[in-house]
Design a binder for this molecule. Structure first.
Ligand code: GLU
Length: 306
């Protein structure tokens, strides 16, 4: 593991926050909300505002989207402290963390393809069984691979069968000596605030390294927040439930616990959260149509001058 020193003590005079977009589309006013809340928090607390480019999905990340992110942020009047961290340049940090978890025997190679896993779930559900689903509605990964012997695993790997690394959730939770919580200074989607009891089991055996990429969102975000010494995580409430997984990984890897401030999302006229795939609502296209900085800040649901 890379050396990680904590600055995340409660009451610490310095705060570090980050805006962590994925460069797989153009930013919309929902991103502006997150970026502005982070920037304003750093300004008000004499803290540091960092940018992290979350580009582990190398098939979807594109350099032109990354340039557009910086252009939009500068247009919004935001400045940030360097150096910017680009996740695709740090795969070795995530591999080191995964190798720690392998040493603890808390991860296993998962060989089922998406289709195979979906078939399993369908079979169980048609025979009347209730299959557990995660907070995003995806079915939990079937547990089959957990019980393979080392010899069977090695044989499959030697046969070239592709695999992801998954956390053995049950084993990870069995080893915890103290309850897992976090301090929520914002609010979750149902107004949850204060001391929140984490519920990582709700996610099942999460992926920590994908078949095609040596990490996953959960692992990369947890490691980076520690390496970048992020003290306060300000992000959309759609990631509230994921915090349970991040807290678990922090505990397993001995990393500091940041404070969390989840915020409400910007919704479109039909009440749905804005999506990058809807180019019409991007900051870039709104700007082209004549929107001013004040207009975007208003669309982000924030006061112009807090
Ligand atoms: N990269 C994530 C996104 O664009 C944000 C991750 C986070 O803030 O933890 O939604």
């Amino acid at each position: 593991m890379p050396e990680i020193k904590s600055t995340a003590k409660t009451g610490s005079p310095t705060s570090t926050v980050r805006f962590a977009p994925s460069p797989n589309g153009l930013l919309h006013p929902g991103h502006a909300r997150s970026a502005l809340l982070n920037w304003r928090f750093a300004r008000d607390h004499g803290g540091t505002f960092l940018i992290r480019i979350e580009d582990i999905d190398t098939t979807r990340a594109r350099p032109e989207f990354e340039s557009a992110i910086f252009e939009d942020l500068a247009w919004l009047g935001l400045d940030w402290s360097g150096p910017m961290r680009r996740q695709s340049e740090h795969f070795s940090d995530y591999e080191a963390a995964l190798s720690e978890l392998r040493k603890l025997d808390l991860v296993y190679p998962a060989f089922l393809s998406r289709g195979e896993a979906a078939d399993r779930v369908r079979e169980a559900e048609t025979s009347g069984k209730t299959w557990p689903r995660d907070p995003d509605g995806a079915p939990h990964y079937p547990g089959d691979d957990r019980t393979l012997t080392t010899q069977q695993r090695n044989q499959r790997i030697a046969d070239g069968k592709p695999y992801a690394w998954r956390l053995d959730m049950r084993k990870a939770l069995d080893g915890l000596s103290q309850p897992l919580c976090w301090d929520e200074h914002g609010a979750g989607p149902h107004g949850e605030t204060g001391r929140i009891a984490a519920d990582p089991a709700a996610w099942g055996d999460v992926v920590l390294a994908r078949r095609d990429v040596p990490t996953s969102y959960h692992l990369a975000v947890t490691i980076d927040d520690a390496i970048q010494k992020v003290t306060d995580i300000i992000r959309g409430e759609d990631l509230f439930a994921s915090t349970s997984v991040h807290r678990l990984l922090q505990r397993l890897l001995g990393l500091p616990a940041p404070r969390y401030r989840h915020h409400g999302l910007v919704l479109d006229k039909t009440g749905r959260k804005l999506s990058k795939s809807d180019g019409a609502t991007s900051i870039a296209s709104l700007r082209e149509q004549g929107a001013t900085r004040a207009d975007i800040i208003a669309m982000a649901g924030l006061p112009l001058q807090p």
